[in-house]
Ligand binder design. Structure first.
Ligand SMILES: *[C@@H]1O[C@H](CO)[C@@H](O)[C@H](O)[C@H]1NC(C)=O
Ligand SMILES: *[C@@H]1O[C@H](CO)[C@@H](O)[C@H](O)[C@H]1NC(C)=O
Ligand SMILES: *[C@@H]1O[C@H](CO)[C@@H](O)[C@H](O)[C@H]1NC(C)=O
Ligand SMILES: *[C@@H]1O[C@H](CO)[C@@H](O)[C@H](O)[C@H]1NC(C)=O
Length: 193
């Protein structure tokens, strides 16, 4: 009898604990891979097409350090098919500029940090490593839209030391590329779920 009561108490204790853990998990910003460089995190999440462009433009080294506080918007593989990569690789200087445009050099922003930074106006411009402005909007349902072409975040808050990678549905285009038909037709968006 006492033994059974003991077991029930232990079971209740475990259940309450599970519940608490669940609530804490929901409240906290997810933090994974904190001991990896950005380059390692990109590999770990299988972003091989983005990594391949970084290699072509010799920018991968930028992502191997551990002291930066970058916010990196990294497109999925589907958003960078081979014909898109071939098009972008025809001019390495403009490829480099476009890749640097995917990076906010300060902050290491989680989506929560981004939202705090753009309230209450629900929109703000961030300066990219390329030098020009990256607008970010907060929609009324809480989703963020990144860049002039409004790409969305498909996988948020991958922490790599002090930097954060946000996996996006597509390349965010600087204002000078927003009407570039070649880029728009060959570099698609990942269809978000
Ligand atoms: C490559 O892109 C740069 C920067 O956009 C531009 O200044 C240059 O003229 C381009 N080169 C060629 C060969 O098109
Ligand atoms: C962001 O920059 C654009 C120009 O590129 C400007 O029109 C807009 O007002 C700026 N937005 C904010 C919130 O400062
Ligand atoms: C938020 O609204 C946008 C635009 O209407 C939509 O594409 C997106 O799926 C919505 N996100 C959520 C989490 O409901
Ligand atoms: C991006 O979203 C903003 C704000 O909702 C809207 O004004 C703009 O037309 C959109 N641009 C594109 C290219 O979808």
């Amino acid at each position: 009898m006492f033994q059974r009561l003991g077991k029930t108490i232990i079971l209740l204790f475990v259940l309450v604990n599970l519940q608490l853990n669940f609530v804490t998990t929901l409240l906290e910003e997810p933090k994974q891979n904190t001991q990896e460089s950005i380059a390692d995190a990109l590999q770990a999440f299988g972003l091989t097409n983005f990594v391949s462009l970084l290699c072509k433009s010799q920018l991968l080294g930028l992502f191997q350090g551990i002291g930066d506080q970058f916010t990196v918007f990294a497109p999925t593989n589907d958003a960078l098919p081979q014909n898109c990569r071939q098009l972008l690789e025809t001019n390495i200087t403009s490829l480099e500029n476009l890749l640097l445009y995917q990076i906010i050099p300060t902050g290491g922003f989680t989506t929560g940090n981004l939202i705090n930074n753009i309230q209450p106006a629900r929109t703000a411009n961030f300066t990219t490593l390329e030098g020009s402005r990256l607008p970010i909007h907060l929609l009324h349902n809480g989703s963020l839209r990144i860049g002039y072409n409004n790409v969305s975040i498909l996988r948020a808050n991958i922490v790599a030391f002090s930097s954060v990678v946000q996996i996006t549905s597509g390349l965010t285009l600087p204002s000078y590329l927003i009407n570039n038909k070649d880029v728009l037709q060959t570099c698609p968006r990942t269809v978000s779920s």
